[in-house]
Design a protein around this ligand. Structure first.
Ligand code: ASP
Length: 316
């Protein structure tokens, strides 16, 4: 495995499996209320978020602290980036401070990759543009594996705005590598033209796309990316209205009825209730595992920090 975590694409099943196994041990540790503060003692973790985040930033912070790292949250809103500093100058500055682990979220696909070539720290991609969000896919996989006991042979329907979703891309790479059958379901304007190349089946109808699915994942309409990078219709609105979108693609109990009776409902958050998912489905205590995904997020990020830090130790 590389000394950074920049993407899921290219990871091999045993590497994914090992990360999930390690994360599993952290789920148990977190539930027991214990910490392992000696593990990353003396290490510095910088959270560098150029885009908004609630779950990802907080869980990286919590993960770092539970393992004993010194965690610094750099808020871009109050940093020199606002004074025109380039990403590379910011990187050089952080590098001079001898940071060990650098978590970055950026609106430009490829920004973490660029950073990884310029700093000594292990770089972790916390979401870059429409490219990837590797720790989200790992936490989704852990949630599914814990609930259904496996990933292989499952049918997973990923629904909604696939085109602008880094979550969809990372999940597609991970789940197909692990032997799941992946379907993407959404309007033609929100499905990338080259989707077939990724080894998924494409559906434009929810009833057909969800038929006998084991897992249904709803995605937010990523309005902030529409009209920009990766958009099939630059400047155009790919959906007529939120109301109409909900009628055809919003996950409600009627549409969910096509999936397997015990199918899991997932969403990476933030949710737009009444747009891509109905509140009754999102809050259903039996079908929805959305809160569990958040819990798994902390464990997965502990596992990622732990394994990248171990690799650094070996390289010293
Ligand atoms: N939180 C996820 C991301 O950063 C999904 C979303 O924003 O809709 O990609």
């Amino acid at each position: 495995m590389s000394r950074h975590l920049l993407q899921i694409e290219g990871l091999h099943p045993p590497q994914i499996e090992a990360m999930l196994d390690l994360a599993e041990s952290y789920v148990l540790l977190n539930r027991s209320g214990k910490t392992q503060r000696d593990l990353l003692r003396g290490r510095t973790l910088i959270n560098l978020f150029f885009e908004d985040s609630t779950r990802t930033r907080t869980s990286f912070e919590l993960a770092g602290k539970r393992l004993g790292a010194d965690v610094i949250n750099m808020s871009v809103a109050s940093s020199s980036v606002n004074k025109g500093e380039t990403l590379l100058d910011t990187a050089a500055t952080l590098n001079a401070m001898m940071c060990d682990l650098l978590v970055i979220r950026h609106s430009q696909s490829g920004a973490p990759h660029l950073l990884s070539q310029k700093v000594d720290a292990a770089v972790i991609n916390a979401g870059d543009g429409t490219h990837e969000h590797p720790t989200q896919a790992l936490l989704d996989a852990l949630t599914i594996r814990r609930r259904l006991g496996r990933l292989e042979g499952l049918t997973v329907a990923i629904c909604g705005d696939i085109l602008h979703s880094r979550v969809a891309r990372s999940n597609i790479h991970l789940l197909t590598a692990m032997g799941s059958r992946v379907r993407v379901v959404g309007p033609p304007t929100l499905i990338p033209a080259d989707c077939g190349r990724l080894g998924v089946e494409v559906f434009h109808d929810m009833a057909k796309g969800l038929a006998d699915a084991d897992v249904v994942m709803a995605l937010r309409l990523q309005k902030e990316r529409m009209g920009g990078e990766g958009n099939a219709r630059p400047g155009g609105n790919p959906v007529p209205s939120a109301r109409e979108y909900f009628r055809f693609y919003g996950l409600d109990f009627d549409k969910l009825a096509s999936a397997k009776p015990g199918a899991l409902v997932m969403h990476p958050g933030p949710m737009n209730r009444g747009v891509e998912i109905d509140s009754a489905v999102a809050d259903d205590p039996v079908r929805s595992v959305i809160k569990e995904q958040v819990e798994m997020g902390v464990a997965v990020r502990m596992a990622v920090l732990d394994s990248l830090a171990r690799m650094q130790r070996r390289n010293v």
